[in-house]
Design a protein around this ligand. Structure first.
Ligand SMILES: *[C@@H]1O[C@H](CO)[C@@H](O)[C@H](O)[C@H]1NC(C)=O
Ligand SMILES: *[C@@H]1O[C@H](CO)[C@@H](O)[C@H](O)[C@H]1NC(C)=O
Ligand SMILES: *[C@@H]1O[C@H](CO)[C@@H](O)[C@H](O)[C@H]1NC(C)=O
Ligand SMILES: *[C@@H]1O[C@H](CO)[C@@H](O)[C@H](O)[C@H]1NC(C)=O
Ligand SMILES: *[C@@H]1O[C@H](CO)[C@@H](O)[C@H](O)[C@H]1NC(C)=O
Length: 259
């Protein structure tokens, strides 16, 4: 396999982290077009459209604090129409509210215990948060529609979705990447946007991530990807953010968690 861009070559080297978790999704061959890179308006099971950009989004919550003090937490995986706009709540018939039951039925108990630690709701209602993320964003990923499965069993794509989000999150350790650049939570220090962006580009194949601030305090990161193939076992290529950071260029706070 050969990719013309240097980003593509880097992505190829890391593609092993993103290999399949579903046995039953229809196979996509290597000739798949990279999402957001074709004029094609035909969504297929091997081409993410219109949500061709997939964003792995994370939180740094300190008021109240959620999750381990040395880790960011999961927000979700969001399809974006390659331009900063997005579709939402695409299939009310699959907007399940029993995510825990679904994952248990699929035997995904270690996934669930990971989610209980790293995919936590700021108000303590993890189940509603998970259902919200699935219903609002997950149902809009066209390549995991039930019709993209062979021998589909009910809610199979739900388990695949949650597993994929967790796998991506594990490959994007924001806390560790910042820490390696000397950017650690502090109640007194502040940081520049360019230093934070440079630190995070190291876990994102050289691409910048979107950074979100609340009142000058860092609290969100979104990693953008384009995908070759389906969203579960396709190849994720890092891409530049489609949304402008809400952080100031300097004086950014990174507050410690209280637990
Ligand atoms: C890509 O692969 C599919 C499945 O093998 C095939 O049907 C299609 O013709 C191929 N497309 C191109 C452009 O080679
Ligand atoms: C989850 O809810 C859906 C929709 O109500 C239902 O069809 C499915 O059987 C439920 N799954 C489990 C494991 O309870
Ligand atoms: C959500 O997860 C957090 C962290 O594990 C836990 O403390 C809390 O009890 C969970 N809430 C619910 C409703 O499961
Ligand atoms: C289809 O899936 C069911 C379980 O969901 C399994 O028992 C059956 O063997 C599968 N059939 C094929 C052809 O893979
Ligand atoms: C926003 O930040 C300023 C400066 O750190 C602080 O004085 C103020 O209380 C904060 N406002 C809110 C609503 O947190």
């Amino acid at each position: 396999m050969f990719y013309a861009t240097s980003a593509g070559v880097l992505a190829l080297a890391t593609a092993q982290f993103f290999t399949g978790v579903s046995a039953n999704l229809k196979t996509c061959t290597n000739n798949n077009t990279l999402s957001c890179h074709s004029s094609s308006k035909a969504p297929t099971c091997c081409y993410n459209y219109p949500g061709g950009a997939l964003l792995q989004t994370q939180f740094w919550d300190t008021d109240p604090s959620t999750g381990p003090s040395d880790s960011w937490t999961i927000h979700g995986l969001w399809p974006d129409n390659c331009d900063g706009t997005y579709e939402s709540s695409c299939d009310s018939s699959r907007a399940y509210t029993n995510i825990t039951e679904i994952l248990k039925e699929q035997g995904r108990t270690s996934l669930l215990s990971y989610m209980d630690q790293y995919w936590v709701d700021i108000d303590g209602d993890n189940e509603s948060f998970w259902a919200h993320e699935w219903g609002k964003h997950g149902t809009c990923i066209n390549t995991i529609d039930p019709s993209c499965y062979t021998n589909y069993s009910a809610q199979e794509e739900v388990g695949d979705f949650f597993q994929k989000v967790v796998d991506l999150f594990k490959s994007l350790d924001t806390y560790k990447a910042l820490s390696a650049a000397g950017i650690t939570p502090s109640s007194s220090k502040t940081y520049t946007l360019s230093a934070i962006e440079a630190a995070l580009s190291k876990v994102h194949d050289g691409s910048q991530a979107y950074l979100g601030c609340d009142n000058g305090s860092l609290n969100q990161v979104w990693y953008f990807f384009n995908v070759r193939g389906n969203a579960i076992d396709g190849q994720y290529d890092a891409s530049a953010p489609l949304t402008k950071s809400s952080c100031p260029s300097s004086g950014i706070k990174y507050a410690p968690k209280s637990n």
